[in-house]
Design a binder for this molecule. Sequence first.
Ligand SMILES: [Zn+2]
Length: 78
Amino acid sequence: MTGLPICARCGHYVPNDSEPGEGPGVSSMSVPADAEQIWVCLPCGWHEAWQQAHGELGTPDSWPLQVPERFYKGLGSC
Ligand SMILES: [Zn+2]
């Protein structure tokens, strides 16, 4: 399959691996408010929220990065 959206942050499909191309994903929290927004996959959205809560949110300069497997298994498991 080609043409499916790939997450710029982690390389998985947007919005998630089980439903690639079935939605827009989420706007990345790592992108400054005055910059053009980047849409990332849902697990990345959860990972960013987790990182922000822990004061560890990075910037797109560190992309691509590895997101812990538990974030791909759904919200509530992290
Ligand atoms: Zn991602």
